[in-house]
Design a protein around this ligand. Structure first.
Ligand SMILES: Cc1cc2nc3c(=O)[nH]c(=O)nc-3n(C[C@H](O)[C@H](O)[C@H](O)COP(=O)(O)OP(=O)(O)OC[C@H]3O[C@@H](n4cnc5c(N)ncnc54)[C@H](O)[C@@H]3O)c2cc1C
Length: 390
């Protein structure tokens, strides 16, 4: 078998893979290859769907704030590099009943980490954000560093930046298996085989297929996206409408301002079970699901048509506590980053920077809780993720 050779091979050119390729390509003298099973920027990955919410006052806790701050710098760098708009810093507005635990955590991170923010009373919310139907007892947290991101533009820009610095990218090429040897890692694909000194495995929802050790840890959560048409679209354009998270009783909604000029994205909690493999995941909402989501939307947003004008169904690999997996194998040759658990798009640039540092054998400063062994220890206590997270 003829083996093509490279220094570093990245498997998967999606969210994490594109950011890893971009960061690796900045390192002088390194030959970098990226391999993606679909085409360049496709509709099958966990990044698909027009927008992602960015926030720094984090509902998931302070552990993430430095990661978010570094990612924010890198998103700006990617915008400068590519000349494209990736990140509209229009703010992220969390609305929930006063005392709602996630909101209390987010307010704590805003205070503890000096994140520019504003707390809004029920009256202020009603007056300043009439697009939202405010419930009695609601309060708001406006994270000024939050906003809406364009994920397809981001992935495409990172791939372009990597290629411009010499990375070689191969699309429509599936990696079939990987084998660690004394002299490197053999990566077999549908278009031939490679011998790489080091590899980065960034295969998202497909991770357990190539890395069976992740099989018990990861579960696929299905996440649906819906877009609604408001009567007055001007109120929902980025200049007037921050990205948002809403919690009202058991109902959670998240979304972004209008990027298409006629609808805005508002999506609710997933009610699907978890799956193990991408092939099992449903590919569309049912009519009943769309009717139910529309009924919830009209209770929370002013003057919207309850029929979604667009919808799509996606998936993401989750760990039980929604911490990502960032790991380097004992040999140092295989770096694995996955399990972004429905919230990792925003901090993907930091993951890409870590990937490049781990490949180089550097101490990347990754939180030890992200290591695979630490995840497996916690898994033995908690059991796998069972669903319902957003
Ligand atoms: C609907 C939805 C909404 C979300 N909202 C937010 C949000 O608002 N904010 C936020 O921060 N995060 C959000 N997330 C989470 C975030 O988008 C994901 O966590 C992130 O995109 C996952 O990145 P990834 O690199 O792990 O996977 P992906 O981006 O899917 O990349 C994996 C890539 O690997 C490729 N691949 C897999 N196997 C192989 C193989 N064998 N050979 C070659 N290539 C392979 C795939 O084709 C794919 O391109 C959301 C996720 C979803 C699904």
């Amino acid at each position: 078998m003829d083996l093509q050779k490279t220094d570093v091979l990245v498997i998967g050119a999606g969210t994490v893979g594109s950011m890893a390729l971009w960061q690796l390509s900045k390192r002088e003298g390194l030959d970098v290859v990226g391999i993606e099973q679909y085409g360049r920027v496709h509709a099958h990955g966990s990044y698909a769907g027009e927008s992602r919410v960015f926030r720094t006052a984090y509902h998931e806790g302070g552990l993430y704030v430095p990661i978010m701050n570094r990612s924010r710098e890198l998103w700006r760098e990617l915008e400068r590099d590519s000349g494209r708009d990736i990140y509209a810093e229009v703010g992220a507005l969390s609305i929930a009943p006063e005392g709602f635990p996630d909101l209390v955590t987010a307010m704590g991170t805003a205070r503890d980490y000096d994140i520019p923010h504003r707390i809004l009373s029920e009256e202020e919310l009603r007056k300043e954000y009439p697009q939202h139907l405010i419930q009695p007892g609601d309060i708001g947290l406006l994270d000024h560093h939050g906003g809406g991101m364009r994920p397809e533009v981001a992935v495409g820009s990172a791939l372009d930046a990597a290629e411009a610095r010499g990375a070689r990218l191969f699309f429509n090429t599936e990696v079939i298996d990987i084998e660690e040897r004394a002299n490197g890692v053999v990566v077999r694909t549908t278009q031939g085989a490679w011998l790489a000194h080091r590899i980065v495995v960034a295969t998202g929802s497909w991770s357990a297929r190539l890395s069976p050790e992740l099989n018990e840890l990861l579960r696929l959560q299905v996440l649906g996206l819906t877009w609604f048409m408001p009567r007055r679209i001007a109120d929902f354009l980025p200049a007037n409408f921050p990205a948002f998270l809403r919690d009202a009783g058991p109902v959670h909604f998240f979304g972004a301002p209008s990027f298409d000029g006629f609808s805005f994205k508002a999506c609710t909690n997933p009610e699907w079970p978890v799956f193990r493999d991408v092939d099992e995941v449903p590919t569309s909402h049912t009519r009943e699901e769309l009717i139910r989501i529309g009924q919830r939307a009209v209770e929370l947003f002013a003057d919207v048509n309850p029929e979604p004008v667009r919808q799509s169904v996606h998936h993401c690999a989750y760990t039980p506590d929604r911490l990502p997996v960032v790991d380097r194998s004992a040999s140092g040759r295989v770096v694995t980053i996955t399990g972004l658990s429905g919230h990792g798009f925003k901090f993907a640039p930091q993951l890409g920077e870590w990937a490049a540092a781990l490949v180089a054998g550097e101490a990347a400063g990754v939180d030890p809780r992200f290591a695979l062994a630490a995840h497996l220890e916690r898994l033995a206590v908690t059991g796998p993720y069972t669903g319902g997270g957003h």
